[in-house]
Every structure is written in C-alpha cells, then in structure tokens.
Design a protein around this ligand. Structure first.
Ligand code: AGP
Length: 610
C-alpha cells in the first residue's frame, strides 16, 4: 500500500528519495511523487504510474538537502497525477505526504472551503495540508500537532515548510513511520526496507507521536505536547537481503529461501532434553498458559489460512479447543471476549489494519493476545502482550511464501510446547522434533524438482478455472494453493474440502476445470482416491501432490493426469512439504501467462487500510 520516505541532511535528497521509493515498490502502488526543499521554495513532482515514469519526468538538476516522497495506492480518488502525493497548500508553502485514511475529511473540507481554501485533488489527504497551513503557531511541529488534534482517522505523514528548510515534521497514528539515524542526516520511511542502505539504527514512532527532524537529530512528542524518549533499535538485515540477487523474481527467491527461513524460525527453539519447544517471547507462565480453555486465531488472507491449519495442529497436539477466524470479520460481529481464551493474532507484516483492529477490540474487552509476526517492531508486535517472531527474513513479494511456512512452524512449536505440558509424551515430542530437524533438507529436495513443476505448470497455464481439494490439513493447503494461484496468475481458483465436492462443487467439474488434489498417505488416502475417481469420471483433469510410495504407485499414476511426489514427514508437517510444489506451480503458471509475479494487480503487500 502507500509508502513514505524522507531525507534531511547534507546529501542531495532527490536520488535518495527515488531509491527509497523503489524499495517500497513491492508494497503495491499506482502513482508516486517527491517534494524537494530548494533554495527558493518547495518543488513538487508527481506522476500516475510506476516510479520510472516519475524518474523520467524529473528535471536533470533537482538539488536540495531535504525532501519527502510517496507511493500512492488509491483509496479516495482515482490514480491520477493530481491525486498523487505530495499535496501542497494553496500558496505552495507547505507540502505533505500521507498514508492512511482521514475519516472526517469531508467535514474538514467543507470547513476549509468556507475559508476560501481551494482543493485540487479528490483525496482525503489534501485536507491535511490545508488544515496545517490554516493554523498559526511558532513552529511547524506545533502547527502539525494542533492540526492533528482536529483529525479523525489514521496517518503516517511527513510535512515540509518552505519557510523552515532545516526541518521536517512527521507523525504517526495507525500507519507506520520509522526514523533512520545517519551521520549528520536523518531519514524516515513507512518501512525499514527503504532505510537499510543508509543506516541500521532506527527508531519506531508510536501511535499519537510527532517528531521534528533536523540533520543533527530528532525530537519526539505526543499529541498533547509531552516530550517522549525513544530508544534506537538495530535492524538485523543488511541491504542485500532486500535485493533479488540472481533470481528473476522476489517470489522465486523467497520460495527458494525456505530451507534457510525454516532453520531461522526453529533456531534455539527446540529443546532436545525435554523434547519440547523454547518460546521465550510468550510472556506467560506455564500455569497461566494451561489455564486457557480455548485458543482463537485471527489473521487475514494467508495469515488466516495458516491459523486455520495451526488451529487443527494445536487441537491435535495440545488437545486445546482452537479455531481460526478472518480478522477482517471479527470485530463486526461484536465478539464475546473470554478471559479463559488465548487470542493469537497472525500477521507477516504486523501492519495489517484489520488484524490490528481485531487486537484492539480484544484488548479493549480485557482479552489476552499474543502475536505471531515476522516484522520485528511492527505495530502488531508492539500491540500484543507477547508472542512468537517468525525470523523468516524480509518478505518482499506481495504473495506470502516463506512467511506462511514459518507461521505454520510457529503454531507447531506452540502446540508442541503446550502439548508437552499436557498429554504429549516424550516419545511423541521427540518424533516431532526429529521431523522438524529433517524439514530443511526435505524442502531442499522438493525445490530440486522445480524443472518438473515448470513443465507441468505449462500444461495448466491456459485454464480459466481451477479447484484445489484436500481433507483435514490437506484442505488448508488447498486453500493456500488456490490463493497463491489466483493472486499471481489471475486464474479463478477455489478450494474445497474433498468431502464437500459431492455436496455442490462437483456440478462445476468438466474437462475445462483441473483439480489440484492434496493426497497425503494417511488414514484418509482411500477416501481421497474415491473423490479423485469421481472427478475423473466427469473428465476433470486431476493433478496429485502425494507421497512417494511403491505399493500404490501404478494405481496413482493411472488415475491422475499428473503426479508430483514429495517426501513424507510428521503428519503435522506434511502440509508444509505438500505446499512447496503448489508454490512452484503457481509461480510458473503465472510466468507462462506473462503476469507480474512480484506485484500482482490490485494487491498490496500489507493492507494498512480497512
Ligand atoms: C498472501 O499471499 C497475501 N498477500 C495476503 O493474503 C496476506 O497474507 C494478508 O494480506 C495478510 O498479510 P499480513 O500477514 O501481513 O497480515
């Protein structure tokens, strides 16, 4: 979604802003712009379209030591040059970039218009710049602070004042802003990815905070003008981590990183002595954890699907009733928040608005929430009472791949931890830990069959619809496989429990609708084979993701049009291994259809608005 960058220091700001904006491209956007503080005022350049369109429109000589930049993902008003940020006050003195949504924009607009302010865009953000310009005060920070006191909604914003060239004011409420501390220079962005080339020392602003930046430092205060002390943190990842390297796409790079990201998620968390897990960040005593009678998992998209799978794993291993629900729906059904329920909020980015809103609803009603989050220091991580960091590394592609797998592992570790406090035996704990240790090599083996997946993908690239089916945990992977395919290839893809097929979806099966079948060798294997036969009887092409086995080999190869075999693991980890070929298939089908794999249309990496 929208991205913000800014710079103040001794260097020329424009190239730093443009490079920073390109680092935010992955978040999804439809227009971009920058404002540079020059000797004779602020110069604004903005364009609808990709950053390269903006780059080619910039004058050769654009000098100035401070500036702000923005990538916009349209909410209020179409993607046009005029609606792009920065927005400026009528006299051009103040310029602003904004992420988030101003809920009382129309009231503010009416009020400002009554005072002869003229608007040029359809955006809610433009009201902010006129509001700030309409306020008289001694400092820019004070003008911003007084203006924000009248604003309802969410914002991450940055403001330039032509009359105060040595400073930039930024503020945050519900939309992230991170400061980067350099040598006699300050940077900021909505995402640390845009800062790491310059500095790894950062400060995360909290909601309701305003910061005044100068080349030599920063001063933070709250909306009621109380000064706040911030402690800088160090980002663990180098700038190379945020680059594609030799891979054609971030999606492929991140699929291939999975053996390593799995290792990082597991590192230091397997206790071979007691055959359990170490989870230091839960901030819960064992006794407290055992006191919860239920677990409820909340997340959106892939995070929700991982929760669906995680819930079943927790129930199996820990024997605690557990279910998952889309976080985007949760608060609108006025949920009962129970003190003996443990809530788990899942989010790769830690910035998904709907998941954050669900957490706020739970906390407001006195519930206990833990976060399962990838981005350290993100809003969700800070809003929760504790939790599990995934440590999967930065995920740049819009579609989740490695973070989905790491989230499943986080649930497995939690289930193992609670399970071992209850009925899970030492032997069962050991079996699971052995399987966890074997996982990275097994994933590496599956990644080696990428050429086969690519060959098969070409056969399935021209269909308009596809179905994904499986039973139990296989159904969860069917959901994730369908989501991957629809997100990047734009093929209409639906997931169904295999058991449900006869209750409706079978009506849609024809020779034009391939089915991707999750077929683990488990208790339900024969039932799954019968369902596959029903599809074949309707001429539907069927592809099986299954376990290598000798005894049924010819039967499987006769029934299915295509078969991809993966190694067997613990039943709780089989879904991970079965997912890897589906990720590769989705990637190669999308490539065969010439789709923009890393930045699919209409989607953003983190959905920071409702
Ligand atoms: C997954 O491929 C999607 N990009 C999307 O469903 C995503 O999982 C969802 O928006 C939640 O994001 P989060 O994990 O950052 O909260």
């Amino acid at each position: 979604m929208c991205g913000i960058v800014g710079y103040i220091g001794k260097q020329n700001a424009a190239p730093i802003l443009m490079e920073g904006l390109s680092r935010l491209e992955y978040r999804g956007y439809d227009s971009a712009g920058i404002a540079i503080q020059r000797k004779n005022g602020i110069e604004v350049h903005k364009r609808c379209g990709k950053i390269r369109v903006l780059q080619s429109s910039l004058p050769k000589k654009l000098t100035g030591n401070s500036g702000i930049g923005h990538t916009r993902w349209a909410t209020h008003g179409e993607p046009t040059d005029i609606n792009a940020h920065p927005h400026s006050s009528n006299n051009g003195q103040i310029s602003l970039v904004h992420n988030g949504i101003i809920e009382n924009a129309s009231q503010l607009r009416t009020r400002l218009k009554a005072h002869d302010v003229s608007f040029s865009s359809e955006t809610d953000s433009e009201v902010l710049v006129h509001l700030i310009a309409s306020i008289q005060a001694n400092t820019l920070a004070e003008r911003v602070r007084l203006a924000l006191g009248q604003v309802e909604g969410t914002y991450g914003l940055a403001v330039l004042d032509a009359e105060r060239p040595g400073e930039i004011v930024i503020a945050r409420n519900g939309s992230p802003v991170v400061l980067g501390i350099g040598e006699k220079e300050m940077l900021f962005a909505s995402d640390a990815a845009a800062l790491v080339r310059h500095t790894q020392q950062v400060v995360y602003l909290d909601d309701g905070e305003i910061a005044e930046l100068t080349p030599s430092g920063y001063r933070v205060m709250t909306l009621d003008a109380t000064a706040t002390e911030k402690t800088p943190a160090t980002i663990d990842w180098s700038s190379q981590t945020y680059e594609k390297g030799d891979y054609r796409h971030f999606t492929l790079k991140e699929i291939h990183e999975q053996p390593k990201s799995v290792l990082r998620t597991l590192r230091g968390r397997l206790d071979h002595r007691f055959q359990t897990a170490h989870l230091g960040g839960l901030n819960l005593e064992s006794r407290e954890l055992l006191g919860f009678r239920r677990i409820k998992i909340l997340g959106c998209g892939s995070a929700y699907i991982s929760g669906f799978l995680g819930a079943r794993t927790i129930e199996q291993l820990a024997r605690v009733p557990c279910d998952a629900e889309p976080a985007s729906e949760f608060r609108y059904r006025n949920p009962v928040i129970e003190s003996d329920t443990l809530y788990l909020a899942v989010s790769q980015s830690g910035e998904t608005f709907d998941t954050l809103a669900a957490v706020q609803e739970i906390k407001r009603k006195g519930g206990r929430v833990l976060g399962i989050v990838n981005v350290v220091g993100s809003s969700l991580a800070r809003a929760c009472d504790g939790g599990i960091y995934l440590h999967a590394g930065p995920e740049i592609a819009v579609v989740s791949t490695k973070t989905f797998v790491s989230t499943i592992l986080a649930f497995v570790l939690l289930a193992l931890y609670i399970g071992r406090m209850k009925d899970l035996s030492v032997a069962q704990g050991k079996k699971l830990i052995d399987a966890l240790n074997a996982l990275p090599n097994q994933i590496t083996k599956i990644l080696e069959i990428e050429p086969e997946c690519e060959r098969i993908a070409k056969k399935y690239a021209s269909y308009d619809d596809a179905y994904f089916v499986g039973r139990n945990l296989g159904f969860a992977i069917a959901m994730e496989g369908a989501l991957k395919l629809k997100e990047i290839s734009y093929i209409h893809a639906e997931a169904y429990p295999a058991s449900e097929l006869k209750h409706g979806p079978l009506a849609l099966v024809t020779e034009k609708t391939p089915t991707f079948f999750l077929l683990p060798v488990d208790d339900l294997f024969d039932k799954n084979l019968s369902t596959a036969q029903e599809i074949r009887a309707r001429k539907g092409p069927v592809l099986a993701i299954t376990h290598s086995q000798d005894s049924r080999h010819s039967e499987i190869h006769e029934l299915f049009n295509d078969v991809i075999e993966v190694p067997k693991s613990h039943e709780c980890l089989d879904p991970i291994l079965m997912l890897i070929p589906l990720q590769l298939l989705a990637y190669h089908i999308a490539l065969a259809r010439d789709c923009d794999v890393d930045q699919p249309r209409n989607l953003a990496k983190s959905v920071t608005v409702e």
